[in-house]
Design a protein. Structure first.
Length: 487
């Protein structure tokens, strides 16, 4: 473990976290042992006490100063062994053999109340061996965005990394402008990505690749440990999780914006919320990311990109299967046909439930697509149109008549169909213009909108007139056309 006298002198802090360090225990080939360096005079903005309780962290007696010190990395607790993880990745289709945690540092893992282990990672914690020409810092804006959106995703029922704490660092970060620095404490089932496998596969390091896969199986799919074809079964399990996740994104009008393989977790959790956004007016081709000039990661393309990313994972696993390239290709080809059909079914199931259909069949594809086409042609708000669907079933408009007719054909009652719709069509989502407004205010040290949004999105499906303003699409002068990574 690296020593840093200034930090280690503060290990007397009474608050304790029972860290494990199973990932850093894998060895120096998996990353770099390094302590955070960006927090100069940290101040706590918001701490997620409910999540802390779930993680077995007793924060009740800790002061805000203590929390700010710990969750900025200025104070390192006794059992924490900070570690920057190595990985590679395909970025917009182009392979980069070494990326890694250039501005993030893993503090360790904790066992939660569900008996599973979760990573605690600081984002914006300072330079590492993987920072390349970056400063390893984060401005406050990305911290605010990720806290709001990741917590909302969790409440919406979508697997996601989560936010434990947001702090300012007391540093100025220089981007296009001078901005306050911030650090987010991110919680994840793990931070293992498709790009992590690519890192070792590119180096033809089969020994460490096997160590990584065995670790991932033990952590995420222990039931597969004794399977005869455990590596192939592992791939299948990861693939289905990822495709289910993307189907859920699309059901919420969510566009990730940067579905690179280094942003594709094997846990099936949403990760990295840089240029992401929820659509207002529906468009199949909608893109938010300022650097996605070709629409690679547009709304409708997310399923095919997920499959492409999974093909990268499959390629990494070939050396462990004991098969020739030709034999492996014959093994994976039918599986990808199955996965393509799996995603289409998952997407149809998600979209059908939004329309009150309990058990969808292939015949429902036409109705779903016609409804989406109607929204697009009439420039209608995606979230509000689905939320208001029960109120419009008696409209004379043809598409609503078709939906009503389909609901009359199923065994469930109208009341049950409406309850289903209300349970999957959110009342509020983190609208992009509101997220941007909360960032602008937070930079001026006004955290009121940020904190209000975090609180409101704890119950996104519950109709609440106090949150009516959060349901409104942006006015013409409020529309956010592009989002940026911004860290």
């Amino acid at each position: 473990m690296l020593k840093c006298g200034k930090i280690n002198s503060k290990r007397w802090v009474p608050m304790k976290i029972e860290f494990s360090n199973t990932y850093s225990d894998l060895g120096s080939n998996f990353g770099q042992s390094i302590e955070p360096s960006s927090a100069v005079d940290p101040e706590l903005i918001l701490f997620n006490h409910d999540l802390a309780s779930f993680l077995g962290i007793d924060s009740s007696s800790a002061s805000e100063n203590e929390l700010a010190g710990i969750f900025s990395g200025k104070t390192i607790l006794e059992k924490s062994r900070p570690f920057a993880m190595a990985y590679a990745g395909h970025q917009f289709g182009h392979f980069v053999p070494q990326l890694g945690d250039g501005r993030a540092i893993l503090l360790g893992e904790v066992e939660a109340s569900n008996r599973k282990y979760y990573d605690l990672q600081l984002k914006g914690a300072g330079q590492t061996a993987f920072s390349r020409r970056g400063d390893g810092r984060s401005s406050l804006g990305p911290v605010i965005r990720e806290y709001i959106v990741s917590e909302a995703m969790h409440a919406l029922g979508v697997p996601s990394t989560r936010a434990l704490a947001a702090v300012t660092t007391g540093e100025t970060v220089y981007r296009e402008d001078a901005l306050p620095g911030g650090i987010l404490t991110r919680v994840a089932s793990s931070h293992i990505r498709v790009g992590t496998f690519e890192y070792f596969a590119y180096r033809k390091d089969e020994e460490e690749l096997k160590v990584l896969v065995d670790y991932a199986i033990k952590r995420h799919h222990p039931d597969l440990s004794n399977e005869d074809e455990k590596y192939f079964e592992f791939f299948k399990a990861v693939a289905r999780r990822k495709l289910k996740l993307v189907a859920k994104w699309m059901g919420l009008g969510f566009i990730h914006g940067v579905m690179n393989t280094d942003n594709t977790t094997i846990s099936g959790e949403t990760i990295d919320f840089g240029p992401c956004a929820f659509m207002d007016i529906f468009s199949h081709d909608k893109v938010f990311s300022s650097i996605d000039h070709q629409g690679r990661y547009s709304y409708h393309n997310q399923g095919s990109i997920a499959l492409w990313n999974l093909s990268c994972l499959a390629s990494c696993l070939v050396p462990l299967l004991g098969l020739s390239q030709t034999e492996a290709q014959k093994k994976f080809e039918p599986e990808f046909e199955t996965l393509t059909a799996f995603f289409k079914d998952a997407w149809r199931d998600v979209m059908a439930k939004k329309m009150g259909i309990f058990t969808a069949t292939s015949k429902d594809n036409k109705l779903i697509n016609e409804f989406l086409k109607y929204l697009e042609e009439n420039k209608m708000d995606f979230t509000n149109s689905f939320r208001e669907l029960p109120k419009r079933l008696n409209d004379s408009e043809g598409i609503y008549k078709q939906v009503k007719k389909r609901l009359e054909e199923q065994a469930e009652t109208f009341e049950e169909a409406i309850s289903l719709m209300d349970s999957v069509n959110p009342y509020i989502i983190p609208r992009n213009h509101l997220v941007e407004r909360s960032i602008d205010l937070s930079i001026k040290e006004d955290y009121s909108l940020f904190k209000r949004m975090v609180e409101a999105f704890k119950e996104p499906y519950k109709e609440n007139q106090n949150h009516l303003d959060l349901t409104l699409p942006p006015k013409p002068d409020e529309i956010v056309y592009q989002t940026f990574c911004g860290t």
